[in-house]
Design a protein around this ligand. Sequence first.
Ligand SMILES: [Zn+2]
Length: 524
Amino acid sequence: MKLKLLYTCMAITGIAGTAFAQETVDQAAVQKIREEGMNHSKVMETAFYLTDVSGPRLANSPGLKRAQDWAVNQLKTWGMVNSKLEPWGKFGKGWEVQKNYAAITVPYYHAIIAIPKAWTPGTNGPIKGDVVLVKADTTTDLDKYKGKLAGKIVIFDSQAKLTPGTKADLSRYTDEELDKMAAATMAPAGGARRQFDPNSPQMAARRKMMAMRGAISKFLVDEKVGLILVQGRGNYGTTFTTNGASYADTAKAVAPELETSGEDYLRILRLVKAGQKVTMEADIKTEFFTNDMQGYNVVAEIPGTDKKLKDQVIMIGGHLDSWHGATGATDNAAGSAVMMEAMRILKTIGFKPKRTIRIALWSSEEQGLFGSRGYVAAHFGDPKTMVLKPEQAKLDAYYNLDNGTGKIRGIYLQGDSAAGSIFKEWLAPFKDLGATTVTVSNTGGTDHQSFDAVGLPGFQFIQDGMDYNTRTHHSNQDTYDRLSEDDLKQAATIVASFVYNTSERKDMIPRKALPTLPPATTVR
Ligand SMILES: [Zn+2]
């Protein structure tokens, strides 16, 4: 193993040797890109159509379809070719909220902040019922509720306390933090992966909890409860949605369920636990769509022009699907709008790339990177068997954006250290805009991993956190208002310049050794 690693390093150093040679950056082209990206930007207009106009873009929902159709058309209008929806495989049911009303009526009136859990049914018209606290650690505990819950509003006990926030919502990387990232050491070669032990005590406890949840869910459906309230994560009226119920066409029936703001949930719970009678009224209407259960990605291109290099492809992208609590502005209309804007900038400056440039706006990232994994399997290879397809050798690099509205501070190399010195040169013209850092580290939870899994250079940029993890990521506050125009302009400009440099470079971006075994993927 040691000798092999040494050989790999030598091989990489060889490539890196080349890479360490001064990377030529076309400053004139970078200036043109910067002028268009920073002073004639359309990124916020694009973000407006993807958020306020399209609405929530849950996987396979009408909102996602609106955004996809608009994006395909807009890319065409900007002059991209082969702009289309490309199926990636079977996803499941579409779903959307068509009415969401719930309020306390006794002991007084109060409309609550709550979001129907994804892929759950509605209340079948207006309902009114008393709130009942259900406490059950075992299935036997459920027996005492038999025959008593029909039409009731069910709530569960909670020990959660809402504590005042001590940190500012918004954060940006400090120089110290970026220096620490830059100094990080290389990830193990060949994409070594974590072993997962299904028999560990934690996994056993998790299976037990999931089984109990399943039993409670079935019991409440059988008892014909009117509505279930669960406490949503969050504070100050901000509620973060969960992964929802199953979207599979074979999914078991579930009861209507509201992910409720902490304030409203704990008020109702305190009243009920104090023996106060609480009555609520609600009218939830949701719709399931089964006419087309295929999943689709948006793709479009700027064709390459160089005889030798035009069949090599540079891809950029991010996921377009979102959760449904708001309009998925920072997750991930931001990344989608930046990537579309990068294509617009390159087209607008009249760029005739040597290599072909392709944008992909993925769907069903939130359910498991399905859109990008389906695309990679169809075009490049199977990470489970590492059987590769001819296109795998022609894919130069894939650049992803999916960490909110924050500007680019640098790039993660995902262990591909040989690309480090190249990207350093490419970031240099943007030092004044705060983009400086190249870290050899991996970052997870999004679509570049689908490329990395079959040995392709897949990179996610380092972005300022802003209020992504504190306020917007999967919450009912993820609206257009949370987008930062200056940050998105900077990001689109840098992405466009990376694509320009990748296209015009003599060699392809150096690669890591192929992963020996399929890497585990994590979803954020
Ligand atoms: Zn995301």
